[in-house]
Write a new protein. Structure first.
Length: 366
């Protein structure tokens, strides 16, 4: 039986693993390492209510500090892991060397950044992954400001919605043929394109960003449609990459994520992974699923399997997004279908899109 569990990453997956260990009556030592200075918090509101200022910072926290004391979780914010010694079963942090019987990697993901040559000399480029990112962006969302959003996925559209609600003029560019190209069926994308345009967002699909320059007062963008508009700030939401540097340095198997088996174990049987950083086999291919509910679910499975329950993890893909007063909910993965059916809801503003094929299905509601 494990007596010492170290969890690297104090996001929602890391927190779920620690909390589940205690819920399942694990009596050993649980150490939760976080790179940020704050206690574990929700990330979804960062691009929505928190960015708008309608959700207070304290309401982001998953639990107050008393929770960690009462459940004997050794929470160590602002103490990132630096390296892993698999043979010695230790984790080196910025302050200590911690022994473990089982190690959980819940390192999450980080935003894909613009090429250095494109961002050089421009100091008004923002990414949105952490509370600090949202805190830096929020002062820019003032009435009358001009914002360029690069990327038409969840984050880009949510930021665009929040900015418009704050009175900001928004231009959104998406290099793919349409917004939500990777995550939703075409009728769903059409619905949200019309929604954003009705709110005044200038959406340009099939248009990439060619370059940025700054004169100190504004950011001049060169777009692939030939235009050169100016903005007060730029938000980039062009995807994320799994954080695998610790696993790579330790010699664990990775493939667009830290490879895990059905139980959540990596190529080292004492090391586990969960959340955005974990890659696993599903329907004959290795995938990652970037979703808060899935990250929590997988982390809970990992915690129980550390305790010997041996329950295979079966993903239940579910995603959501809030934009203006509309909620988007998606069940399933956006792949493997060849037809869609749209059903209107009880009101004119709601609908369900079902995508079906012999090998897969996707259901989205708005």
């Amino acid at each position: 039986m494990a007596t010492r569990v170290v969890i690297v990453g104090a996001g929602q997956a890391g927190f779920a693993a620690a909390a589940t260990l205690r819920q399942e009556k694990f009596e050993g030592v649980v150490t939760l390492l976080g790179a940020e200075k704050v206690t574990p918090y929700q990330r979804p509101p960062l691009s929505k209510a928190y960015l708008l200022g309608t959700l207070a910072a304290e309401r982001l926290s998953l639990r107050n500090e008393d929770f960690y004391e009462r459940h004997r979780i050794d929470l160590r914010p602002d103490e990132p892991a630096l390296s892993i010694d698999l043979a010695g079963k230790t984790v080196e942090t910025s302050r200590a060397q911690l022994p473990y019987d089982h190690l959980v990697l819940a390192t999450g993901s980080s935003p894909v950044r613009l090429p250095a040559c494109m961002a050089e000399g421009v100091d008004r480029i923002f990414y949105l992954r952490s509370k600090a990112d949202a805190d830096a962006l929020r002062p820019r969302l003032v009435h009358g400001a001009r914002l360029l959003v690069v990327g038409g996925g969840y984050v880009g559209l949510e930021v665009a919605a929040a900015a418009r609600q704050a009175g900001v003029a928004v231009t959104l560019v998406e290099m793919a043929p349409r917004i939500l190209n990777r995550v939703a069926a075409e009728p769903t994308a059409t619905y949200f394109r019309e929604l954003h345009r009705s709110q005044g967002v200038d959406i340009r699909e099939g248009t990439g960003l060619a370059g940025l320059k700054s004169d100190g007062a504004a950011v001049m963008a060169t777009l692939e449609d030939g235009s050169s508009p100016s903005f007060d700030a730029v938000v980039v939401g062009i995807g994320v990459r799994p954080e695998t540097s610790l696993a790579d340095s330790a010699g664990l198997d990775t493939q667009d994520g830290i490879l895990v088996d059905a139980l959540g174990r990596t190529s080292d049987l004492a090391v586990w992974a969960a959340g955005d950083c974990a890659a696993f086999e599903h329907a004959g291919e290795v995938i990652r699923i970037e979703s808060v509910p899935r990250a929590i679910d997988q982390a809970e499975h990992v915690a129980r399997n550390i305790l010997g329950m041996h329950v295979p993890y079966r993903p239940r893909p579910w995603f959501w997004s809030d934009q203006y007063a509309t909620k988007l909910q998606i069940a399933g993965l956006n792949r493997g279908y060849d037809r869609t059916t749209t059903t209107l809801g009880a009101s004119e503003a709601s609908m369900t899109v079902s995508s079906c094929a012999a090998t897969g299905s996707l259901l989205s509601t708005a």
